[in-house]
Design a protein around this ligand. Sequence first.
Ligand code: GLA
Length: 733
Amino acid sequence: MSLITVDQANRVFHLHNQTLSYIFAVEQGGTLSHLYFGGHVDHYHGELRYPRVDRGFSGNLPGSTDRTFSRDTLPKEYSTAGEMDYHLPAAIVRHTDGANALFLVYQGYRIEAGKPKLSGLPAAFVEDETEAETLTIVLVDQVSQVEFDLQYTIYRDRPVVTRSVQVCNQGDHAVNLEKVASMQIDFTDRQFETITLPGAHANERHPERGSINYGIQTFGSLRGTSSHQMNPFLALVDHTTTEFSGDAYGFNLVYSGNHAFELEKDQLDQLHLMVGINSYNFNWQLKAGATFQTPEVLMVYTNKGLNAMSQAYHHLIRERVVRSEFKNQERPIVVNNWEATFFDFNEAKLKPIVDEAKQLGIEMFVLDDGWFGHRDDDNSSLGDWQVDHRKFPQGLNHFVKYVHEQGLKFGIWLEPEMISYDSKLYQQHPDYLMQVPGRSPSPSRNQYILDLGRQAVRNNIFDQLDQLLKSKQIDYIKWDMNRHLSDIYSVALPPERQGEVYHRYVLGLYELLERLTTAYPHILFEGCSGGGGRFDAGMAYYMPQIWASDNTDAVARLTIQYGTSLAYPISLATAHVSVSPNQQTGRETSMSTRSAVAASGVLGYELDLTQLSSADKQIVQKQVVQYKQIRPLIQFGEFYRLKSPITSNQAAWMFVSPQQDEAIVMVFNLTSYAQPSLTKTKLVGLNPKLNYQNIATKAIFGGDELMQLGFYDPVVYQDYTTKVYHFRAVTEN
Ligand code: GLA
């Protein structure tokens, strides 16, 4: 079955699969009019058109006497500055005469099987041409011959449409792109709420549900990265939408730099949403004949609530955004030495941690920050990716060999985008860091940003990393980025092109990652940016897992991991058990609660294993054995949020196997009270016709019983307790 239907006579385009329909038409003046995005429509006859009304102060098409058609009121697919639309434009193009007029007119379309790659940018892909179809709508400004190709891909078996835009300058003169959103969508007669994922360093992705008022509202980042502060994801939901019912529209931008999700509710209660690169300090010179590709937006629609939206993202990102050969592999349980030693270590001090890790069944040792240059604190050596012989007198290989001999894999921390003043790299190339001529660059964590937009800088870093990687048996890289961009300037670009620096940085980063992951496909990459400061689908394309937060406190992590799961799969989020009291919050939690929270993601340990009490060692050993048993279920099962730590005194979630024959349920109690109210946990996602046995108690429940009646949570007089249930299907009813 074709996924894209074109009604040639009425010039209507209908993208459809079993779940959704996305419909737009060409209207007067070659204007693309958005008609519908929602549940699948089978018998569509094209009757719905935007009513013609003469509205004051909303002008009409040039040369037309029809006062009832206005690009200002019409819901559209893409608006530009200078076309008599008073909304925020999706694109602004500045011409050599200084004008920013652009009037895009429909020219034609192309349909192709599958999904083409986006040049220079990460994006969702297909493994087989029959999985998706791509529609390209060509819009052209007749005067300048600047062409906008709107790209839409619909997947056959996913509730997903992806969108991006390619701008081609077919004219004779260079133009400047001052803004190019990846998509626009306009809704009429809908009263949505927003769900976003704001946060802070060590406090990332706390879901926030907000109302949409008249005017313009922007959720975005100006930090040069996707940021801890506002993840590049937004959902539009109805007031009545819950986890398990109602409309949910998700928009997830596959991009790791400045982004903007702009909403405008207008005078007619119409809603206008644009998603793309933030236009702040963006100005791209597009020469005659050149093209510019925007990043891609992953749109999901479901009428089954937020859980279904999240599951669509979990599958899409895990299966068709992450490229690594590790995408379907169970991830190793690591021990990382950061919170165990910080910078104060050497080979002799690390070996006992490795020995202990082996005893406990841990599978990888990760050597964190401080192994290179002469880095005894965070003031030096970034840019010098050679081992510190004071800490490893016999070289790094000697230690790597030791780790491997214990049967563990070896991982290493890198922060390749940075430079310290106190480094050999800075002595050799003081021009490599981003700085504005005549001004002192601003330090952050006493470090500076390398200008990754420059090929020479990328080559230097690639060569250093290549040297390190080709001579060592390194199994894993933790790729960190511990500050945000400032001093936006590149000596490689003329003054009039400095508005390209932010985006060129991201493109440079992607190119470097492309080279490295291609040269070293057998290395497992973990993304990190002071925890989850760059937790986005762009990084997921190169790195199948990302350190979710520098905050390892189990209670804080409940909200962070809960929020993360809205838009990202469990296999992407790494989570470590660390010491109690926690180093970030001072909170004390039991080993079992810390273990359960970390086991709700890609489990690891981040503490000095040699300092554990023997009781805790036993718990860890048992936990490691248990995690290995349930690891496929956790990392690749269907994930359901049951109770929110934001709106209740509990958090609960569950993981169900694809065959629905096994489930892990975790219920976390937060603050303890005298005379507590009783709470129940009701499960979801099971087969109502199957019987399930609680493996610990041997009690048997019907699937429908667990989902309809649920069970009482035990009453516990203690803060931050956890109950983990493991159910397995036993017989058919
Ligand atoms: C960041 C990371 C930490 C650790 C430190 C090392 O903050 O998120 O996990 O690697 O850097 O400097």
